[in-house]
Structure formats: structure tokens, C-alpha cells
Design a protein around this ligand. Sequence first.
Ligand code: LMR
Length: 334
Amino acid sequence: MKKIIPVLLASALAFGAAAAHAEYLIKFSHVVAPGTPKGKAADLFARLVSERMAGKVKVEVFPNSQLYNDNKVMEAMRLSDSKTTGIMAAPSLSKFVKFSKTIQAFDIPYLFNDIDDVHKLVDSPVMATMTDPLEKKGLKALSLWDNGMKVFSIRGDKPLKKTPDDFNGKKFRIQSSEVHAAMIKALGGVPQKLPFKEVYQALSQGVVDGQENAWSNVYSKKFYEVQDFITVSNHSYLGYMVVVSAAFWNGLPDDIRNQLTDIMTEATAANRQFAAEADQGDRAKIEAAGKAKVVELTDEERAQWKAAVAGVEDQFKDQIGADLLKKVHEVIGH
Ligand code: LMR
């Protein structure tokens, strides 16, 4: 026993030193809580890399906008020319408009009926036509991760329910997406772009009346504590593109890049599972907390919401590309 302890200690120290002195370091920056589908997938990616690539690659995860917010991280990636330290992130698809107009297709309200529709597109060859051009902008797209379908929340004495008129004059926090802005306006509301880390405060201080997000964000950032109603609108999708600085990625030795790609594939499969679990689990936790009331839409009400935002796709057809949109509809099947 006496001998075993120093041996264990020595090997633990050696492992620690190897991990600390890996040849390559990846800083994975994200804005959400660690317990969300994105947070869990990032942590899993880091864990699998440390188990299988110790001494070669180390991944450090920075959650909750600790390192960068989503807009800043993309600039940092594009400017970075380090061959040994790479910045990786998984900003929401809505935050890529500066770099690709086609990706705006993901924000079109009611384009997807559910997450299966999203997967039809993400798993199709159409996806590469949307992500490949990012490389010219210094961003290498590695994978697409889910969060889930979005719901609307609001503070006040009535839910967003009966008709889209419930939005009239109300302010809604949105991400930096012009499609989201057009959608809120079409519903009668006033859009306000804010970084994710400012949303809770904006809601609690009444700077905005409501917001739209997936269940895991509404739960983990406690939005439900400062909102009165959550409408299960499922009006659009919140998902992420995992990106890394292209200069770093393309400079990696092939074997290392291939191993990281395989681990990313595993993390992506797990992310879909995490997202499916959060969709059910985080909604249930919000309902059990008894703070915000969860409201379902009837088919008739949903049809009114769809009709109110039907013009948004047309507004963005030229930017996204009519041909691409046609292909997207073909792949989804409606
Ligand atoms: C938001 O800004 O609402 C989301 O994109 C945050 C996130 O990354 O899920």
C-alpha cells in the first residue's frame, strides 16, 4: 500500500502535466449554462478528448459567456492565427447572418414543424452548401447541435395566445437576427436585440416584456421566474453551429484532425439526446415551479400565428436565395 500511493500520485501528476502541456489547446467558449444541451455536449467533447488524446490536445470549456459573448467569439476566431491554440464555439445559427445570408433560412418562422424536420435538413447535402462558404470567412463549421423548438414568454396579465394581437406594443428581446426582427414586427411587437447574458436582467427590470427561447435556456437562466406566461408556440428552431478558427483547424496534423472529427461526431449524437431530454425535462421543471403558467395553442390559434408571419419568408427570399429555399422545402417535405 505504501508503495502504491506514491505510484498513483506520480501517475496522476504525470497525467496532469501531460494534460496541462498538450501540444494543442482548444478553448471552447459558449454563452449558456453547463447543464443545457450545448453545455453538456461541449463538456462531453472535452472529456472524450482528454481521455483519448491526452498530451496531444486539451479542450477547456468556458460556459456562461465567461470568455466571449457569441458575437465577439466569431471575431476572435477570425482574427486568431495561432497554430497551437484554437478557439471553438457553438453560436446559435441566428448569429451567423454577418457571415452567411443563407443560414437565415433556419430562422424562418414555422418553416420546421418539429425537430425531425430540422434533422432532415441538417443531415442532407443541402447543409454543406450553407456551411462551406464560412471557411472563406475564417470559420470552419464542424457540426450542427440542437437546442430545441422555441417558446414565447411574457410578463403581464394575459398570455400570448388568442391572436397575434396580444403582441401589440410589447417589447421582445431577440438575438441579432433580422428574420427574428421581421417576425416580431409581423406579430405586432417591438423587437429589441440584446446579448444572451443581458436577457434575465432586461426581463426582470421590465426593459423588455418578453422573449423567445428553447426550454433549457428559459429554465437554466431562470427567465420563468420573471415572466408570467409561456406559450408553447414552437414557432422556430434554436440550434447551433460548432465552429473553430479555420487557420488552426486546417493547420492540424491529419491524424489529430481526424480524431477530433470522430469525437465531434460522438458529441453531436449525444447532443441530440441531451436536447430531447431537456425539451421534456426542463419544461416539466418550469411547470412544477409554479411561477410562469405554461399555455398551449389550439390548432386554430396556431393557424392564426402562422398566417401573421407568413410574409417573413418572402421578405428574405432574395437574401437567402430562392433556389436554396426551394431545396430546403423539398428536403423537409413541405
Ligand atoms: C440566445 O441568445 O437566446 C441563444 O442563442 C443563447 C444560446 O446560445 O442558446
